[in-house]
Design a protein around this ligand. Structure first.
Ligand SMILES: C[S@@+](CC[C@H](N)C(=O)[O-])C[C@H]1O[C@@H](n2cnc3c(N)ncnc32)[C@H](O)[C@@H]1O
Length: 480
């Protein structure tokens, strides 16, 4: 059949096989059970034999169905999407609607009790994919590279704002599935190339590089979709070290990463060291840390290996390997590099455990700009600058009831990264008056007079207290 992807896409949409359609049909109980890898409630919710239920069973749940006469079975078998056996049709791939409105094709999900994963398994779009997609800057981009494209999901998010997309993967099967995902999502013109790390794009430059890399840190590279075969956290290290060579002026690289926490070493130094000397500004965020046992369990579960005869051996091997390297934990997080062109680049490494406003990509450029400004502005420049309190910052005062002065003042961001900062009375007073009308210097002089402080002393002390608040986005510098 000519133009099968376009016809299939039409059929999927007509049938209501969309994210909303699937959610509505499954309902909360079946959907949350599926998140626990339990398919029974979802199978019950789709047993009517209607087209939507049939498609969910076939391509989402991986259950065989009676051959439907409204589905072009033969061409789909020929295209490698379906198989027929004993009058039943089963899926050869996992085909899921995605949040962009497109479709993602990958290998079938593995669930407990399924046959072992193949080494070149192509993983479907999931939590990590969505995590990277929400982190990526929303700025329109010219040339974009998706390194380790897998099922091609990041391209679905980038297609609308990129002029040109190159997508690479070391796994040839992944590129085949990615092409199908793009075709089913109505995206054309993606330049898909096979190869490891930056090999397929040697000598080229990009405005944006994104990667949800094979970041899992394990004793052996068993599965390409998550393990690179590089030593420990070496793949993410190499990606970060090499990325600047592939960025255009003003370009950005954003990736998810895992890193080791090793006895006697601060993880901030380890990951900060990856970015040091790259010439780029950087922002590293640790969102979670797991202990070695939790980590090994997570990934053994991910490959549906719990309960298999090798489970204990693999688990023990993983723990022994961590122990030999004195690993105390594994950090999960985001890394952003930005070629700001500054001769004095700055790298901020931090932990963010709180809920943040999504998508971070909507304001990640401002986060980087704030870090850069705070780092590069001299004290004199800062005193001459007009500060503006960021939108959504509120003040919280606590103290003993009846006390004249609060014992604790906290500025809290209700937007963006939702940070909090404990501040002194001077910064709190500035938060109340900084609307961009007056430079900091005269405002400090007025506060000194009102609070009976030494004005010269305050001018000397204020920049040091304000710089972190600017870096963290509580105050911006007015450009008006
Ligand atoms: C976690 S998957 C990410 C897939 C997809 N980009 C997403 O966001 O869901 C990592 C991808 O990196 C690929 N990969 C593994 N080793 C690689 C290497 N050395 N160079 C490039 N890609 C690699 C894997 O084949 C896999 O498709």
């Amino acid at each position: 059949m000519r133009d099968l992807p376009a016809r299939l896409r039409e059929l999927l949409l007509e049938t209501g096989y969309t994210l909303d359609g699937v959610r509505e049909r499954l309902g909360t109980v079946a959907a949350t059970a599926l998140a626990r890898e339990e398919t029974t409630p979802a199978l019950r919710a789709t047993r009517d034999g209607d087209p939507l239920g049939t498609l969910i069973r076939l391509w989402w749940l991986g259950a065989p169905v009676e051959a439907p006469d409204w589905l072009p079975v033969d061409p789909l078998v020929e295209a490698g999407l379906l198989a027929v056996q004993d009058g039943l049709v089963s899926a050869k791939v996992h085909l899921q609607p995605w949040e962009t409105g497109g479709y993602v094709v990958s290998d079938r999900k593995v669930r407990p009790g399924d046959p072992a994963l193949r080494e070149d398994h192509v993983v479907g779009a999931g939590g990590a994919s969505a995590n990277l997609a929400q982190l990526v800057s929303r700025r329109p981009a010219g040339r974009v590279l998706d390194l380790g494209t897998g099922c091609g999901v990041q391209v679905l998010h980038l297609a609308e704002r990129a002029r040109e997309i190159v997508a690479t993967d070391v796994n040839r099967r992944a590129l085949r599935m990615a092409r199908l995902s793009w075709a089913l999502s109505g995206i054309d013109g993606v330049d898909a190339r096979q190869g490891s790390l930056f090999e397929p794009v040697e000598g080229e430059r990009f405005d944006l590089v994104v990667s949800n890399p094979p970041f899992v840190i394990s004793p052996r590279g068993r599965f390409t979709y998550r393990e690179s075969g590089f030593e420990a956290d070496g793949f993410c290290h190499d990606l970060v070290r090499l990325a600047p060579r592939f960025l255009s002026q003003g370009g950005t690289c954003q990736l998810l990463a895992n890193w080791l926490h090793v006895e006697g070493e601060d993880w901030r130094d380890r990951v900060g060291g990856w970015l040091a000397g790259t010439g780029c500004d950087g922002w590293v965020v640790q969102r979670d840390v797991q202990d070695p046992a939790e980590y090994a369990e997570l990934w053994l579960r991910d490959a549906a290996e719990q309960g298999t005869p090798r489970y204990r051996e693999l688990y023990d091997d993983w723990l022994g390997w961590f122990e030999a390297m004195k690993v105390t934990g594994i950090g999960f997080g985001w890394i952003t590099l930005h070629d700001s062109g500054s001769l004095d680049p700055v790298v901020r490494v931090e932990e963010l455990g709180q809920r943040v406003e999504l998508p971070v990509g909507g304001y990640v450029d401002e986060v980087l700009a704030s870090v850069g400004v705070a780092h590069r502005l001299s004290d004199e420049e800062l005193l001459g600058a007009r500060l503006v309190l960021a939108e959504g910052v509120v003040e919280e005062r606590t103290g003993p009831p009846g006390a004249e002065d609060p014992s604790r003042i906290v500025l809290r961001q209700t937007r963006g990264l939702c940070r909090t900062a404990r501040v002194g009375t001077v910064e709190a007073a500035l938060a109340g008056v900084c609307d961009g009308d007056y430079p900091l210097g005269p405002l400090l002089a007025a506060i000194a007079e009102l609070t009976d402080q030494d004005a010269v002393d305050l001018r000397v002390r204020a920049p040091e207290a304000l710089r972190p608040l600017i870096a963290e986005g509580f105050f911006h510098i007015s450009t008006a």
